[in-house]
Design a protein around this ligand. Structure first.
Ligand SMILES: [Fe+2]
Ligand SMILES: [Fe+2]
Length: 189
């Protein structure tokens, strides 16, 4: 059976929730649970950004895709903060609570808005193909971390993306961030 992208994303979401619970009870090796959460969250987010959100934007939900990227960036910033703290420091607790709350909110939004948009806008076959692309990117990120994009060979510099945007005559390109250019270029190619 083909694994569609929505099922795969929701599986990860349930795993995040399991890790949140472990982190909130304060039992066991918090450091380890946090490392697991940070690794999986990064891989999941990068795979959504690279494969899923551009497709989401294509189905007409550009605002949702943009909003989701912003929420990922907020979570990334909190994870980066937590990585610099000791797990028994008082501010670790507070920052972790913020991260959990933010990601829970993001999951809820994704499942009530983004994922239904994808289901409605794509065929079974497209959902399965997107699932494959998501799983591949997620696997590469888990294995290679931030280097995955170079390993995957699909990462373009902003200049290159800008050139592509120019080719496609995308308006507002000079004001776009690299991520926005990436999304816009993907949406038209
Ligand atoms: Fe997600
Ligand atoms: Fe997400």
């Amino acid at each position: 059976m083909k694994r569609d992208v929505v099922t795969l994303i929701m599986q990860d979401h349930r795993e995040f929730e399991r890790l949140f619970e472990m982190l909130q009870t304060g039992e066991g090796d918090r450091e380890l649970y946090f490392q697991q959460l940070a690794g999986l969250l990064a891989a999941h987010s990068r795979a959504e950004e690279a494969e899923v959100y551009p497709m989401l934007a294509k189905t007409g939900a550009q605002d949702e895709a943009k909003h989701s990227r912003e929420e990922h960036a907020e979570a990334d910033a909190l994870v980066a903060k937590l990585k610099k703290m000791k797990a028994d420091a008082p501010e670790f607790e507070q920052t972790m609570a913020m991260l959990i709350e933010g990601v829970q909110h993001h999951i809820q939004e994704e499942e009530s808005e983004a994922l239904p948009s994808l289901r409605a806008g794509l065929s079974e076959d497209q959902l399965a193909k997107l699932g494959e692309a998501f799983a591949l990117r997620r696997g590469a990120e888990l294995e290679h971390g931030p280097r995955a994009r170079q390993v995957g060979g699909s990462e373009m510099t902003r200049d290159k993306l800008y050139e592509k945007a120019k080719e496609h005559n995308i308006s507002g390109r000079s004001q776009m961030t690299k991520e926005e250019l990436q999304e816009a270029v993907k949406a038209v190619s």
